[in-house]
Design a protein around this ligand. Sequence first.
Ligand code: PBG
Length: 326
Amino acid sequence: MAFPQRRPRRLRTTPAMRRLVSEVRVDPAQLVLPVFVKEGLTESRPIVSLPGVHQHSLAALDDVVEQAVTAGLGGVMLFAIPEVRDADGSGAVDPGGILNLAIARATAAAAGRLVVMADLCLDEFTDHGHCGVLAHDGSVDNDSTLTIYGHMALAQARAGADVLGLSGMMDGQVAAVRDALDAEGFTDTSILAYSAKYASAAYGPFRDAVESELTGDRKTYQMDPANRREGSVEADLDQGEGADFVMVKPALPYLDVLADVAATSAVPVAAYHVSGEYAQIEAAAERGWIDRRSAHLEAVTSIVRAGADIVLTYAALEVAQWLKER
Ligand code: PBG
């Protein structure tokens, strides 16, 4: 019997050898922690469908940001839950609205030690829960929404956000926000475009976290999970409109799209390991069916391997800790 000519196992023989030949090295600096702030809270409150994740009070943000800085994270992405919602999502453009207050608080706490990002979308602020305003026939009105996004962007930039995360999937939203920012002199405020955002079942726990009022779905603006090419089209359009970052979301079920986008993108590529992806790991781990730590590390490693420069994950603090230990 002939001996095998090639023995790839040689490079797997010891932990030291495996460390030496590892193709992907995740760094805490590329991780972003999503953070929820709820108006009127005095104490942080756990989110049942997202074990380990909380709705925070405004004041608690100081501590959360400090933890993120200590862990060496690259940034935080802020989401907010207002006490009052209306048809136009007016709380989003109000300088005293909870998200804008949270941006100001987080920016002050961060003091330049990490990047403060804010969700730019109306779904947390509308009483119907859609990412845009509605036309008379009940459909989501793309172009009226763009005007509001422009106002929202200015409120967020004035509050001090470094990066605006455009997650609403309206056509032309990047250009509209870029124009609004530049016209007021906010030329240094960056745009992270949620370019290839799919209408996914994996946003369930997030909707609990933000107490979403949505009935129905977002299929007229978020992408069909069946479509791969369209992910690259969306990412190209957003870069053409001036996006500083593009994103693919969710992450693990869309690694093909992520790899496509990363192969041609001229700007940094982010991926969002979303709430339902996180919750699946947590639920299985709770039952003892999978190992939590290895599952989270494998998820983040795979997302980076597929081409993400930046990963948003609810496990960012712990992943950073595990990376240091390894
Ligand atoms: C919209 C937004 C959503 C998420 C991030 N931004 C919800 C949606 O599109 O329904 C989901 C993130 C997650 O599930 O972790 N503002």
